[in-house]
Design a binder for this molecule. Structure first.
Ligand SMILES: *[C@@H]1O[C@H](CO)[C@@H](O)[C@H](O)[C@H]1NC(C)=O
Ligand SMILES: [Zn+2]
Length: 285
């Protein structure tokens, strides 16, 4: 028997009591960035004793599949971020259904094989550059038995934050990077990327894309910046709080890394906050 838990299903029922934190890293996994992952993420636990989760959106280029396997075996979620991750960005905007089947559905087969991860465990999608292409990638999620997308930022629904939802009804979410899906595609989950607010209240979907930021050498100021964004969720409707970042930003800025670790230490000690994967696959017995 298979048990599949989608964060949002649990989260929606517990909106008043629990705060989920979703940490994600994008792009190739290799000998350069695995050190940061080992150092900052491994062996963390939530206060209920369960391992703390994080999600990796992995593309093929510069990926060492042995290290992807290591991440998976340490309890982290691996999700799809395309085979080619190619430029220009307009490729993703204009990609046909067949193009995206090759980039995503085929990547699932490839990833499962080379990283030795159960096929069913690979269930989420993040499109490169967050460049959606209308209905197409969401239709592929449905047609190929995937579960969710996490490529769609919201800048309108940040305070209070937007909860994950399905496309059973056509979405009313704002569309910062056009075109977004307008179809109803039942069963497909949208994990919206609820934007942070930078120091001048400009939105940023990725932490490394925030413009008005604390001094990159000031770990205390960075910690306060992270916590201020967290509290917009935690002290409000408790929509999941995303920490979406690329590894280079953490390793290039030791003070940011220090603040990141301090923040994870904080939430791993709060009884009502859980650092989780989006998707959890329980293997058949
Ligand atoms: C998406 O699907 C809706 C509903 O079927 C349709 O009206 C719309 O034109 C589609 N969008 C694109 C870009 O094909
Ligand atoms: Zn990427």
């Amino acid at each position: 028997m298979k048990w599949i838990i989608v964060l949002a299903l649990v989260g929606a029922a517990l909106a008043d009591s629990e705060e989920f934190v979703t940490v994600t890293f994008d792009d190739g996994v290799n000998v350069n960035n695995i050190l940061t992952y080992r150092e900052t993420l491994y062996n963390r636990r939530n206060t209920n004793g369960c391992p703390a989760g994080a999600t990796f959106y992995v593309n093929h280029e510069y990926t060492n599949y042995q290290l992807v396997n290591e991440l998976y075996n340490n309890g982290f979620e691996i999700a799809l971020h395309s085979i080619s991750h190619q430029t220009p960005q307009t490729y993703w905007q204009e990609a046909t259904y067949d193009d995206l089947v090759k980039e995503l559905a085929d990547q699932r087969v490839q990833m499962s094989h080379f990283a030795n991860i159960p096929f069913e465990a690979l269930s989420g999608v993040r499109i490169p550059f967050l460049q959606l292409g209308g209905n197409t990638s969401f239709q592929i999620i449905k047609d190929y038995g995937l579960t969710y997308d996490c490529s769609w930022p919201t800048i309108s629904y940040t305070n209070p934050g937007l909860w994950p939802y399905t496309l059973d009804y056509a979405s009313i979410q704002d569309c910062p990077v056009r075109p977004c899906p307008t179809a109803s595609i039942p069963g497909v989950w949208v994990q919206p990327m609820v934007s942070w607010s930078d120091l001048n209240a400009f939105p940023c979907a990725f932490v490394d894309a925030c413009i008005f930021i604390p001094d990159r050498d000031d770990a205390d100021a960075w910690y306060r910046f992270i916590v201020a964004n967290f509290e917009r969720h935690y002290l409000n409707n408790r929509a999941p709080f995303g920490f979406y970042v690329h590894e280079w930003y953490i390793s290039a800025n030791p003070a940011v890394k220090q603040a990141f670790v301090r923040f994870l230490d904080l939430i791993n000690n709060l009884n009502d906050v859980f650092m989780v994967r989006f998707y959890h696959h329980e293997p058949s017995v």
